[in-house]
Design a protein around this ligand. Structure first.
Ligand SMILES: NC(=O)c1ccc[n+]([C@@H]2O[C@H](COP(=O)([O-])OP(=O)(O)OC[C@H]3O[C@@H](n4cnc5c(N)ncnc54)[C@H](O)[C@@H]3O)[C@@H](O)[C@H]2O)c1
Length: 340
């Protein structure tokens, strides 16, 4: 039985909590024993809701040892796993601390704010011979997994083009509003668009260059809207966009439309439709669980079986940060092509 400690019980931390509760109820050999959050009110079930449904249950916190100080928790608990759902500016510091205590780390995306911080996280994992995984949940999302499989197997031939979108209402729930502070979250590019940057990196590898235009709308938040072209030497046309000032009734959506030589596929409003050029369109039969559940299960299975973290290796998620930083540099320079 692996013992886990969860740090950060905000919007995403509660999503992780739901999955530990579920895994335990399914008899999976993991037990969440401790939770840490600086804000004691979280332990009284006082939450702000987010823009995607990760669960808004009321919890029985008497089952866990509760902490408001990270060092205190790491000192007193004997943990196999620390699950970090903290604001991004704390990812590197807390991951390194936990790894140096000999604890395996599952850290929320984005890995960190800079490539240097990512490197420190990897060094700490390697020095202490512990596993580190960044929760890039789309790599575990059934529809995106299906897309990856089609790209790799060339089931519909080579990719001609791809468009990726993510966006919705402005995230207003965060601790001290860190999400809307450029220096704490990296703005929409590092916080939200990073999912599609990571997907493009995972599907196609590092592009030759990127060119981004982006716009600030909310004072102090960095960029709130971005549109990026990813240049590949085979000429496929890859674009990704994000906009987190789509307010009113928009809600939230994540979308992709990928065109292959022999067909195309569109994922929108939670439904994937595959349109072969010569044949009837269909919706593939895919696992029903979401990427949040599946990523945690994957990480724990890797620990139980001592497998390498292959699906979201820390080197690959660090490369995602390098690409996203190049996008910010490009946007700062009116869309200049930045070579990678
Ligand atoms: N995978 C996804 O789809 C997804 C979605 C949303 C957020 N996230 C990521 O999850 C992470 C957390 O985001 P969020 O939206 O949950 O933010 P949030 O502000 O809702 O939650 C952060 C929590 O950390 C706590 N905290 C802050 N400083 C602390 C400290 N020093 N010690 C202990 N606790 C502290 C806060 O009280 C808060 O409860 C971010 O990295 C974000 O990018 C991922």
């Amino acid at each position: 039985m692996l013992k886990a400690g969860l740090i950060g019980l905000g919007f995403m931390g509660r999503g992780h909590l739901d999955n530990y509760i579920r895994l335990e109820s399914e008899g999976f050999p993991v037990k969440l024993v401790a939770i840490c959050d600086i804000d004691e009110e979280k332990f009284e079930n006082k939450f702000l809701s987010g823009n995607i449904d990760v669960g808004n249950a009321q919890y029985d916190f008497s089952k866990y040892r509760l902490y408001t100080d990270i060092d205190d928790m790491l000192e007193k608990e004997e943990l196999d796993i620390v699950d970090i759902a903290l604001p991004t500016y704390l990812h590197a510091e807390v991951s390194v601390k936990a790894l140096n205590k000999g604890i395996n780390v599952l850290c929320e995306k984005p890995m960190a704010l800079t490539v240097e911080e990512c490197r420190k996280m990897i060094e700490a994992a390697e020095k202490n011979n512990r596993k580190l995984m960044v929760a890039q949940c789309l790599r575990f999302w059934p529809e995106y997994e299906y897309l990856k499989e089609c790209v790799e197997t060339k089931r519909f031939g080579d990719v001609l083009s791809g468009y990726f979108f993510r966006g919705g209402s402005t995230p207003k729930w965060s601790y001290q509003n860190w999400l809307l502070k450029k220096e704490k979250s990296g703005g929409v590019i590092l916080d939200q668009h990073i999912h599609d940057v990571d997907m493009i990196n995972w599907l196609f590898g590092t592009p030759e260059a990127v060119s981004s235009i982006a716009k600030n709308v909310i004072p102090g938040s960095g960029y709130d809207i971005v549109s990026t072209r990813y240049i590949y030497d085979d000429g496929k046309v890859i674009t990704a966009e994000d906009d987190w000032v789509l307010n009113g009734d928009f809600g939230f959506d994540m979308i992709f439309r990928v065109n292959f030589e022999k067909g195309n596929m569109v994922f929108e409003k939670g439904v994937l439709k595959v349109n072969p050029n010569d044949g009837k369109s269909f919706t593939p039969d895919l696992p029903k669980d979401d990427g949040y559940y599946r990523e945690i299960k994957y990480f724990i299975n890797a620990l139980l079986n001592n497998n390498d973290i292959e699906v979201a290796s820390p080197y690959s998620t660090m490369e995602t940060i390098r690409i996203a930083r190049a996008e910010i540099q490009s946007a700062d320079n009116d869309g200049e092509y930045i070579k990678l």
